[in-house]
Design a protein around this ligand. Structure first.
Ligand code: 5AD
Ligand code: SF4
Length: 467
């Protein structure tokens, strides 16, 4: 999906800190995992560019390299250690040239492994957990002068109060983290341990960030949170505000034309949020609502705290409010205790709901989580179930794509496509759409008549609208 929306080199960046003549230091950030990490990498970039760095698109020659890591599945820590191994020759080359490449590990692996990373890989100079990114400029300074730094505690101060308010925008869309952490403790999931307890940013802080984005030309904002629909920020009157009410406030900001949010838990999908889909034009008809399994027995083993039936009824309610809503989800196959019959119930749920697209994974034991110590499903069984589930999900996705042919969709044009005079944008349903148009239309929402569909994108022609 949008994981490729990483910060990229800004070719117009100044080469020197204005008025000082000191050359800018080069920063390279590699982002793994979810959109929250993409957002965090942008905020780390904001903090470090305010401290004399400029972003570059290669680790080669960089003064500071940060790996912003993910711990959710499969040998995450091992992947990071091999990536660090690959950086070693570049760090040595930098040293031979008389410089120093400071190497940092951020994100969920940093949080989970802490100082152990420095012991296993001495080339690492700093380890920083997601709640301490505002301390990064100081840590980078300490590390560059030879003092390794580890910050994985949950600090008392709010990082958002200490990160620069001004954000660098890179197009008409932007992420905005409104909520972090999770209190749900699903039996398979490491997030409550790496990202900590659920917290929500205050309403005024979110509005201010959104207003600044809109003032810089952002027209679509995606609100992010590990459990975003559990949002309960306080408003300036001290009242708790849910995500539905927050969306309503954000929709009134001048220039904000589209709002999205991800990722949600079914149990936090309250009536106010469902109503937001029905009557706020800016809230896009797309919802990522993971169910993980269609079997009550497995849902219970996962500690999801709802039944398959309750999920299906919830989807019906959401579809009553917004009939054209496109649904996305996450599924895990081979969770401990899952039998073939349980898996059949997942397939049945998928058939009943109908997804426009979805993510599916083989269960991967995460050390320290309850399900990791249970009896495991055989690997070949997991592989086989995943293939069968993906066949069904892919067929649903293709059917959804093809059903768009002949329709006219509003597309927010985001960036150049591969062909000259082609732009790529997103439909309300989050599909990528290619269209041949004047590049000056980038950043605007246009009507596109859809003419062709592939599994991952649509193509169409600009509809001339009377002005
Ligand atoms: N194994 C496999 N998939 C997982 N996910 C989370 N933890 C695990 C795990 N241990 C999936 C869930 C979640 C998505 C972000 O990643 O489907 O919704
Ligand atoms: Fe992990 Fe999501 Fe469950 Fe929280 S709700 S524990 S983030 S899967």
């Amino acid at each position: 999906m949008s994981a490729e929306r990483r910060p990229s080199a800004d070719t117009d960046a100044q080469e020197q800190i204005p008025e000082t003549g000191i050359p800018l230091k080069k920063l390279f950030i590699k982002t793994y995992g979810c959109q929250m990490n993409v957002y965090d990498s942008q905020r780390m970039t904001d903090a470090l560019t305010a401290d004399g760095y400029e972003l570059t698109d290669s680790a080669d020659g960089a003064d500071l390299v940060i790996l912003n890591t993910c711990h959710i599945r499969e040998k995450a820590a091992e992947k990071i250690y091999s990536e660090l191994g690959r950086l070693k020759p570049l760090a040595e080359a930098k040293k031979r040239a008389g410089g120093k490449m400071t190497v940092g590990v951020a994100g969920c692996v940093a949080q989970a492994e802490g100082g152990e990373i420095l012991r296993r890989q001495p080339m690492v100079d700093l380890v920083v957990g997601p709640q301490s990114y505002h301390r990064l400029p100081q840590m980078a300074r300490d590390a560059a002068s030879g003092a390794p730094a580890v910050e994985t505690d949950f600090p008392l101060e709010d990082k958002f109060d200490h990160l620069p308010r001004e954000r660098r925008v890179t197009g008409p869309t932007s992420f905005l983290t409104v909520q972090e952490g999770c209190d749900k403790f699903c039996a398979f999931c490491v997030v409550p341990y790496t990202r900590g307890a659920e917290t929500s940013r205050p309403v005024a802080q979110v509005i201010e960030e959104a207003e600044r984005l809109a003032a810089q030309g952002v027209v679509e904002i995606s609100l992010l949170g590990q459990n975003v629909n559990a949002y309960h920020g306080v408003d300036p009157d001290g009242r708790e505000t849910g995500l539905g009410a927050l969306l309503r406030r954000l929709s009134r900001i001048d220039g904000v034309k589209r709002l999205r949010y991800t990722t949600s838990h079914p149990n936090d999908m309250d009536d106010e949020l469902i109503a937001a889909h029905a009557d706020i034009a800016e809230v896009m008809p797309y919802l990522h609502l993971p169910v993980q399994s269609g079997s009550d027995q497995v849902l219970q083993a996962m500690n999801r705290r709802h039944t398959a039936e309750a999920y299906v009824r919830l989807i019906e309610k959401i579809r009553t409010a917004r009939p054209d809503i496109a649904l996305s989800g996450d599924f895990i196959v081979g969770h401990p205790g899952e039998t073939e019959e349980d898996f059949q119930q997942t397939l049945a749920l998928v058939r009943e709901v109908g997804y426009s697209q979805a993510y599916s994974f083989k269960y991967s034991p995460r050390p320290g989580t309850p399900a990791a110590d249970r009896e495991q499903v055989a690997e070949d069984e997991k592989t086989d179930r995943l293939a069968r589930l993906q066949e069904l999900l892919n067929a649903q996705q293709m059917a959804f794509q093809e059903a768009c042919i002949g329709r006219t969709l509003k597309v927010l044009l985001e960036k150049p496509g591969r062909k000259p005079n082609q732009l790529v944008g997103r439909s309300p349903y989050l599909q990528a759409v290619h269209v041949e148009v004047d590049p000056s239309l980038s950043g605007t929402i246009v009507d596109v008549a859809i003419e062709a569909a592939g599994p991952n994108s649509l193509a169409g022609r600009l509809v001339e609208t009377a002005t």
